[in-house]
Design a protein around this ligand. Structure first.
Ligand code: 13P
Length: 248
């Protein structure tokens, strides 16, 4: 049995007051579940540590520096995230790749930096609409995953999570059908299995892109979908809790 996970990616949203209300409701509304994660902007990690320590809800960040420390103005290191109790960190989100120019090589370096500090990377991969229409989805996600495997080795996926997020489904209200998502998840697992079938069988692969309470159960019911990475709906406690419960 693979670990099921539902992780909220708050993106650049939140305030001290809103976060406190949201987190208290998430803790109460997901009682008894494991695999619930909230990923906040950096400044709020101290608040998450205060409110979530000792509960069943884990927390993490949405990015980190590939560098350990030093003259990197504005950056945040993996060890700093550990100081604030993070277990997870999202790596290579499509917004980082497209808006902030992160290449697959940078993503591979960040993935390694996260693991070296004892954080569990949530590695995001996904194709744009143009790439899907050109029939190159598998090549695109393959290149994204191969960059990390090439740099850290396939065994590194033993302590990592993958998130398949088709770019055309993020924040658009346009969800991949369960079958479309399952096809890519299966491809990813088969690709990893060519290198190491044990690792392929164990690594959780989450789906992200317009997951809502109404479609979560159907998506999470697919054989290779092990939960979700949730954007907009993770900011609404009732929706997020419903999605977490859909892990079953
Ligand atoms: P939405 O759930 O808002 O589509 O965002 C998905 C996402 O990008 C999570 O990382």
């Amino acid at each position: 049995m693979r670990q099921k996970i539902v992780a909220g990616n708050w993106k650049m949203n939140g305030s001290l007051a809103d976060n406190e209300a949201l987190l208290k409701e998430v803790v109460a509304g997901t009682e008894g579940l494991s695999g619930v994660v909230c990923c906040s902007p950096y400044p709020y990690l101290f608040q998450l540590q205060g409110l979530l320590e000792g509960t069943h809800v884990a927390w993490g960040a949405q990015n980190l520096s590939q560098y350990e420390k030093g003259a990197y103005t504005g950056e945040v290191s993996a060890s700093m995230l550990k100081d604030f109790g993070c277990s997870y960190v999202i790596i290579g989100h499509s917004e980082r790749r497209t808006i902030f120019g992160e290449t697959s090589m940078t993503v591979a370096e960040k993935f390694k930096a996260a693991q070296e500090a004892g954080l569990i990377p949530i590695l995001c991969v996904g194709e744009t609409l143009a790439e899907r229409e050109a029939g190159i989805t598998e090549a695109v996600v393959g290149e994204q995953i191969d960059a990390v495997i090439g740099y850290s080795g396939v065994e590194a996926l033993n302590s990592a999570v993958i998130a398949y997020e088709p770019v055309w489904a993020i924040g658009t209200g346009k969800t991949a059908t369960p079958e479309q998502a399952q096809d890519v998840h299966r491809h990813l697992r088969e690709r990893i299995a060519l290198m190491d079938s044990d690792v392929a069988g164990k690594v959780p692969i989450l789906y992200g892109g317009s997951v809502k309470a109404a479609n979560a159960a159907e998506l999470f019911g697919m054989p290779d979908i092990d939960g979700g990475l949730i954007g907009g709906a993770s900011l609404v406690s009732r929706d997020f809790c419903d999605i977490c419960r859909a892990m079953g």
